[in-house]
Design a protein around this ligand. Structure first.
Ligand SMILES: Nc1nc2c(ncn2[C@@H]2O[C@H](COP(=O)(O)OP(=O)(O)O)[C@@H](O)[C@H]2O)c(=O)[nH]1
Ligand SMILES: [Mg+2]
Length: 307
């Protein structure tokens, strides 16, 4: 077993009395003496149970998993490495060393546990599986990286790389935001296969698939503005142009075949087409500016490496 003094195991928890003891003692028995539970104001005995099992327990000042994790890493963690997991016994302590290895070897600053590698039956509903796939595909299309499971709650990262991220999500958008910030800040990432189990009986998720799924999609799109402006402006531009062309085709068709004019639709067609093409041009320009900006950054990094 490797020495784990350099790791803080961070467990955000909200009403997890059924499982938190098992999770905390699992990590402690595996040699992780530094286990921190950040509690979201549980109504059950999560805090007492976690403390008895040997965890340090703090209460988050705000709401949501994202706020809890941001505050805990910033104010309550001293260790250079953070291992983030759920308090619901769905992740395996046995995977912890594999998660931390890329950090210790200097191969990565952020590690994502891929739940799809070994997903036990019942661990994820079909709706959540499909949603996850869609979100990962969208992420790849916008941000150009294949992280396989960006919503995974099993992460290992250096505290320093986490503090470099610009994170604002309070709730379940935090995993998406971390993935986007890794791309943006060029934080080296590794994906590690892990086991994902169903929640034991008597424990319930805090995730609302439709509401939280919507939040995550919005988050992905919002972040595209500065990471992939061609997609951000281009997608609306393409939609608007297409709508304009379709309207124009309809007006022309009616005029040629039936001899009827549709002035209002014609005005709409011209407006939508002009707006769409302008957005497309704007997207291309913004993309060019971003490329130049990235080249400048790379140049500056090369210059400062040369000192
Ligand atoms: N501190 C804190 N923890 C939360 C909050 N919401 C969820 N959690 C914890 O974050 C972890 C992930 O949430 P979970 O409901 O398991 O989501 P899922 O894994 O996506 O189904 C669990 O350990 C929850 O107890 C919150 O508002 N505050
Ligand atoms: Mg969970």
């Amino acid at each position: 077993m490797t020495d784990s003094d350099d790791v803080c195991v961070l467990l955000p928890a909200m009403d997890e009395a059924a499982t938190v003891a098992e999770v905390v003692s699992g990590f402690r028995d595996a040699g992780f003496s530094n286990v921190l539970v950040t509690d979201g104001g549980s109504d059950d005995d999560t805090r007492e149970i976690a403390r008895e099992a040997g965890a340090r327990v703090v209460r988050q000042s705000g709401r949501g998993k994202g706020q809890a994790v941001r505050e805990a890493v910033r104010d309550h963690v001293d260790a250079p490495y953070v291992l983030l997991a759920d308090a619901d016994a769905t992740y395996d302590v046995a995977d912890a060393d594999a998660m931390l290895a890329p950090l210790r070897d200097g191969d990565a600053d952020h590690v994502i546990g891929d739940r799809f590698a070994d997903m036990r039956s019942g661990a994820m509903t079909r709706l959540n599986r499909v949603g996850n796939r869609l979100i990962n595909l969208t992420f790849r299309a916008i941000h150009g990286e294949q992280y396989r499971d960006i919503l995974s709650g099993y992460r290992a990262f250096t505290r320093a790389s986490f503090l470099r991220m610009n994170l604002t999500a309070d709730g379940f958008g935090i995993e998406t935001e971390m993935a986007v910030e890794c791309v943006k800040n060029r934080i080296p990432v590794r994906v590690v296969p892990i086991t994902y189990r169903p929640r034991p009986n008597g424990s319930a998720t805090n995730l609302h698939p439709v509401r939280d799924g919507g939040v995550i999609f919005l988050e992905l799109y919002r972040k595209a503005k500065t990471n992939n402006p061609l997609f951000y402006f281009g997608s609306i531009g393409a939609l608007s142009t297409t709508a304009g062309v379709v309207m124009a085709a309809y007006v022309l068709y009616r005029w040629i075949v039936r001899g009827v004019g549709h002035e209002i639709i014609a005005v709409g067609a011209v407006g939508a087409t002009i707006l769409g093409i302008q957005l497309l041009i704007f997207g291309v320009l913004a993309d060019m500016i971003l490329t130049l900006h990235r080249e400048q950054l790379a140049h500056r990094e090369r210059v400062s490496d040369g000192d």
